[in-house]
Design a protein around this ligand. Structure first.
Ligand SMILES: NC(=O)c1ccc[n+]([C@@H]2O[C@H](COP(=O)([O-])OP(=O)(O)OC[C@H]3O[C@@H](n4cnc5c(N)ncnc54)[C@H](OP(=O)(O)O)[C@@H]3O)[C@@H](O)[C@H]2O)c1
Length: 305
């Protein structure tokens, strides 16, 4: 048995064990959402890499990530979000992804050039070339301007790269509610394929204007920090999962939080970060079955108070 086959079997065994322990991996097919600018369908659950994938060369820290990646693709997901800001994450992904996984991946990375001192355009090009080489990915699907840093310089390059077919989509990201006015102005002004920002049951500001604007302008939305970097789990520590969670097929708090985000039709994909197979399978489980209706969403919000 080759190593890859061995790892796949290991992931499947762990999947079965996780199911036995009550963690759901979902029952139906993965929810797909359309990218408005192209019509392409994208699995609604993706994977964040900030933190868990910043492990460098340490083989013992890499082993669980191999399982996470295998479980991720076996579960029908494809979008992986990373960035040169996340220390070794791009390099780790490039070295762990198998050729088959590379072929299936929808790779989203970023350009991030703080302190570029007026040379942002060239620095951004060099950084993106480095990302291409580290990720070993034939064509990066989505390149995003990280936290809007040096936006105008990078958008110019990204438009050219898109025309040349070097990337498929372009977008911008942020992670704070204070960035929303800037994000909205950019969405009004520029033609973007994707916008990535924070939205969760604990931080719902995006529901008021930003998410409706994205829907109106036909911009795909990637949601980051759906667990508020894990803090939402602290809020429900010791709280039983309400029986009504079963009405929309949620078998864990993680699935409640992710289904809450996906219930907003403007959301294209949510990218919870994890380095653990068990949590990955739990998160994938939120991508199938029904979503909470307005009454259930009110109950979810109330449960977090
Ligand atoms: N400006 C930007 O562009 C920007 C900013 C922020 C984030 N992002 C992107 O968005 C991704 C997600 O955001 P985030 O990493 O800040 O936080 P997050 O996804 O809200 O939370 C991640 C935390 O939740 C835990 N977790 C994951 N699944 C779980 C489960 N089923 N049960 C219990 N705990 C679980 C993880 O721990 P374990 O590893 O132990 O599972 C980790 O500590 C990032 O990784 C990054 O790719 C982008």
């Amino acid at each position: 048995m080759d190593r890859r086959h061995f790892l796949t079997l290991g992931a499947l065994a762990a999947m079965t064990a996780a199911r036995g322990a009550g963690t759901s991996t979902g029952t139906g097919p993965m929810l797909m959402r359309r990218i408005p600018s192209s019509g392409e369908l994208l699995p609604a659950i993706g994977l964040g890499t900030s933190g868990p994938f910043e492990v460098g060369k340490d083989e013992s820290a890499r082993a669980p990530l191999r399982e996470v990646l295998q479980g991720f693709f076996d579960g029908g997901a494809t979008l992986i979000d990373t960035s040169p800001m996340y220390s070794t994450a791009e390099e780790v992904l490039g070295e762990l992804l198998t050729p088959d996984q590379q072929a299936r991946a929808f790779m989203a990375t970023k350009v991030w050039t703080p302190g570029s001192g007026g040379a942002a355009g060239q620095k951004g090009i060099e950084q993106m070339q480095r990302s291409e080489s580290l990720l070993k990915h034939p064509r990066i699907e989505l390149m995003q301007v990280h936290n809007l840093v040096d936006l105008d310089a990078h958008l110019k390059t990204l438009r050219r790269w898109k025309e040349e077919g070097r990337i498929k989509y372009l977008g911008v990201t942020h992670y704070t509610t204070s960035s929303y006015p800037d994000l909205m102005a950019i969405i009004q002004r520029e033609k973007l394929d994707f916008v990535q920002f924070n939205y969760s049951v604990g931080t719902r500001e995006a529901e008021k204007r930003l998410l409706p604007l994205c829907a109106d302008k036909g911009v795909a939305v990637i949601v980051n920090r759906a667990f508020e970097d894990g803090n939402l789990f602290t809020k429900v520590r010791g709280k039983e999962l309400p029986t009504w969670a079963a009405d929309f097929g949620a078998k864990s708090w993680a699935q409640v939080f992710l289904k809450f985000v996906l219930a907003n039709p403007a959301v294209t994909c949510v990218i919870p970060a994890t380095g653990k197979l068990r949590n990955l399978l739990d998160n994938l489980g939120a991508g199938s079955g029904p979503l909470p209706d307005a009454k259930h969403r009110e109950k979810i919000v109330a449960a977090l108070r």
